[in-house]
Design a protein around this ligand. Structure first.
Ligand code: BES
Ligand code: MN
Ligand code: MN
Length: 458
């Protein structure tokens, strides 16, 4: 074990632990739900909270307006023009907390139970963003300065598709110029096993609307003579997969590139157990595309999922109607080199080709993001490995990821800088669900890992 966190920083972290937790609680109490207009003022309050936190530790901070929620842009550049510059990205917006009655303690009243800090945003991503700020604070407090320049970008629209962030990055590309980007908005493979991501899936999100008669009809008087929009939609949705559970949209797999053998080998060496994973889901059995393991299905294969369905009578008892309309939310997770625009074109063409002519079918593209694959080498990656080893007492594993962080590909392509994804969540953390939590131990170790990263890179 060659790497450990230096004693001065460790001492500071222990001394300031209580205060830092109080501050994090204050941040988590702000219901910064980006999807809800009634929370717009709260989203802004969270941005202002970050501004104060970052100014207090010695950064120059600007709240940059966008057509949506603001971006917090903080800079610490006193390492000078010859030192490297790194960009830290995180998001301060959170998912809606509903259904509220399933939370054991209220979503915006942070509570610690059994080594877990429960709150909406604790792990996704306010907690993970905040630990970066505290790591910077520690080094500035103890050493008087950082050996690297830091630009921190905190977004308020990640959970609603980062609609304005690509423009922000493009129009501020000079100011965001850097030697690498660090993101903590993901999870570790298992407790005690620090992890670096080798990939993220992309996303293409659609709404499919099927319209038939102008109003719900009596299913006795009209049924059999008017095509039912719910049935038409069900048939469209059923046509999205074949019997081997492959996506049946023609051309869907055409641009999928083979996965690097080295990454596949690392994946197969991971201690993954289908039974444990099944237990986490509570489903009766696992299932997916024929010919692939569970990790391969989640990390390396594209998918098409129905996210929601709406049609007809769903209340108590029976009501004999032929619904006037039906709607589905459908999203595809993408792998390199599938792009959302192309998948959108294929989806539209497929739905048009199977839709019956007696109903009106429209496909609307909601949001999307490109997939991403890491380089897994270079000074930032090497320093990340060392820092994680110092904080967790063992070297990190390389893992894939089924989720999406669209801005990662945007940073890499516009700033032409490598991205390091080291997250501190855990399986079962309930991100986007009731009772979201972050492991207090991971939060503490994560903070130390980030401090170690910056001192190592200096
Ligand atoms: N932090 C997640 C992405 C993520 C999920 C990373 C799971 C690691 C594990 C992010 O906040 C998120 O939820 N992304 C959305 C995409 C976005 C376009 C709404 C997702 O993956 O659904
Ligand atoms: Mn997130
Ligand atoms: Mn999220």
């Amino acid at each position: 074990m060659s790497h450990t966190l230096s004693a001065d920083l460790e001492f500071w972290f222990v001394q300031h632990a209580d205060r830092m937790q109080r501050e994090l609680f204050e941040f988590l109490r702000i219901p910064s739900v980006s999807a809800r207009t009634e929370h717009a003022a709260d989203v802004r309050r969270a941005a202002e909270f970050l501004q104060r936190s970052l100014e207090t530790i010695g950064c120059d901070v600007e709240i940059v307006e966008t057509p949506g929620h603001p971006v917090v842009l903080a800079e610490w550049r006193r390492a000078g023009p010859h030192a490297p510059t790194y960009l830290v990205y995180g998001h301060y917006d959170v998912q809606p907390a509903e259904p509220l009655d399933l939370w054991e303690t209220p979503p915006f009243e942070p509570a610690v139970r059994g080594g877990r800090l429960y709150a909406r945003g604790s792990v996704d991503d306010k907690g993970q963003l905040y630990l970066h700020i505290k790591a910077i604070e520690a080094i500035l407090a103890v050493r008087g300065g950082l050996p690297v320049n830091i630009v921190l970008v905190a977004e308020g629209e990640e959970e609603v598709g980062s609609e304005n962030l690509a423009d922000f990055v493009r129009s501020n590309a000079d100011r965001l110029a850097c030697d690498g980007v660090v993101v903590s908005d993901s999870s570790m493979f298992a407790p005690g096993i620090p992890s670096i991501l080798s990939s993220l899936r992309g996303l293409a999100y659609f709404q499919i609307d099927v319209e038939g008669p102008t109003v719900d009809l009596h299913s006795g008087s009209y049924g059999g003579a008017v095509v039912n929009p719910a049935t038409a939609l069900a048939r469209i949705l059923a046509s999205l997969h074949d019997d081997a559970r492959r996506v049946a949209i023609p051309g869907f797999y055409d641009s999928v590139r083979p996965w690097p053998e080295t990454v596949l080998r690392e994946m197969r060496a991971l201690p993954f157990d289908d039974g444990t994973f099944l237990g986490e889901t509570g489903a009766p059995a696992l299932g997916g595309e024929d010919g692939f393991t569970t990790l391969e299905r989640i990390w390396t294969r594209p998918t098409c999922e129905v996210n929601g369905l709406l049609s007809g009578y769903t209340g108590e008892g029976a009501k004999t109607v032929l619904p006037s309309r039906a709607m589905a939310k459908v999203s595809c997770r993408l792998v390199p080199a599938q792009y959302p625009e192309e998948i959108g074109r294929l989806m539209r063409a497929h739905v048009e080709s199977v839709a019956p002519p007696e109903v009106r079918v429209t496909v609307t593209e909601l949001h999307g993001g490109k997939p991403w694959r890491a380089e897994l080498g270079g000074p930032l990656f090497d320093a990340g490995c060392k820092a994680l080893e110092a904080a967790f007492g063992r070297a990190p594993v390389i893992v894939g990821e089924g989720g999406s962080i669209p801005v990662v590909e945007v940073f890499e392509s516009i700033l032409n800088a490598p991205v390091l994804l080291m997250g501190f969540g855990l399986p079962g953390e309930n991100a986007h669900a009731p009772n979201e939590w972050i492991s207090v131990e991971n939060y503490e170790r994560g903070m130390r890992a980030v401090a170690c990263l910056w001192t190592t890179l200096g």
